[in-house]
Design a protein around this ligand. Structure first.
Ligand code: NAD
Length: 282
């Protein structure tokens, strides 16, 4: 079994982004800029935004965080996004999810200018992904693709089972795999016999939010298992959606939690923001 080390790979990607930032500064006098909109007091969201801001600083980005109370109106959030759409120093806009219940998330995400949508959630970019055109792709599934590339894992013709079908994880993951010529089965909470699908797969990718959903008897010998899940359990520790201890014994490759897909998500956010800055018109 080989561990896919997301932490080291993410550091490598961040190093490449930092070099790209330096080059862009020298050649075009452009400093990539990321705006983060954070609403409410959710501790996990605050922790993620803090990590993103720190990563921005490390690679030499300009970054700003708009911290708003959860009583903020939808129109005030829209006004802030529109201001960022117009701000020439900003190349990427990220709205930290989840949003408070009174806010229409789909509507908010559509206000972000598609060319600054570094999270890849705008329907414009989702449509480009599905049709195989260049655009911004959601950071977590993009990070998983980067892992496959880094570990020379060929996807063409492989049977891949994606467990979880959310707009931010499972669906873009399935589209990317299909674009890479894999045979993709997307499963979700209504799937009748999950085990029959995971057992038939060469590669199992799980992003659900249920600790230890994937057990030893659900994967075949030599399978590749990618665990996107992040769950905080009672003792305070972080675990994925895969029962790592037992499943890892059967795998050819597996990602740990923490230290697997998680760090890749931030690295791909930086990479998407640099990509946007390179297209900035000056
Ligand atoms: P979500 O709740 O939006 O979607 C969960 C999906 O899992 C749904 O499609 C649902 O149908 C499916 N599902 C739920 N229970 C299931 C079951 N028992 N069997 C099969 N399918 C089931 O969640 P999300 O935002 O997509 O996040 C999923 C997980 O990924 C969470 O643990 C989240 O913390 C994690 N996540 C990690 C990163 C990262 O950077 N590593 C990024 C985003 C999300």
């Amino acid at each position: 079994m080989q561990l896919i080390d997301g932490k080291s790979l993410a550091n490598r990607v961040q190093g490449d982004v930092a070099k790209g930032v330096e080059k862009l500064k020298q050649e075009k006098n452009i400093v990539p800029g990321l705006a983060v909109i954070l609403i409410g007091d959710d501790p996990a969201s605050h922790a993620y935004v803090k990590m993103k801001a720190k990563a921005c600083e490390k690679v030499g980005f300009y970054s700003i965080t708009h911290n708003m109370p959860d009583t903020i109106s939808q129109s005030e959030i829209i006004a802030t996004i529109e201001m960022m759409n117009q701000n020439p120093r900003i190349d990427g806009i990220l709205v930290q999810l989840p949003l408070p219940k009174h806010v229409d998330t789909d509507m908010i995400l559509e206000v972000i200018a598609p060319h600054k949508d570094v999270d890849g959630f705008h329907p414009f970019n989702v449509g480009r992904l599905v049709t195989g055109l260049d655009g911004f792709v959601a950071c977590t599934p993009l990070g998983v693709m980067k892992m496959f590339e880094a570990y020379d894992i060929d996807l063409e013709g492989k049977d891949v089972c994606v467990v979880g079908a959310s707009n931010i994880v499972g669906k873009p993951m399935s589209s990317l795999l299909l674009n890479a010529n894999a045979t993709v089965t997307t499963t979700h909470i209504y799937t009748k016999d999950l085990k029959s699908h995971t057992l038939a797969a060469d590669i199992v990718i799980v992003g659900v939010g249920v600790p230890s959903l994937i057990k030893e008897d659900m994967v075949r010998d030599g399978a590749i298992v990618i665990d996107i899940g992040i769950n905080r359990i009672e003792d305070g520790s972080l675990v994925g959606d895969v029962d790592f201890h037992s499943v890892s014994k059967k795998c050819s490759f597996i990602t740990p939690v923490p230290g697997g897909v998680g760090p890749m998500t931030i690295a791909m956010l930086l990479s998407n923001t640099l990509k946007s800055a390179r297209k900035r018109e000056i």
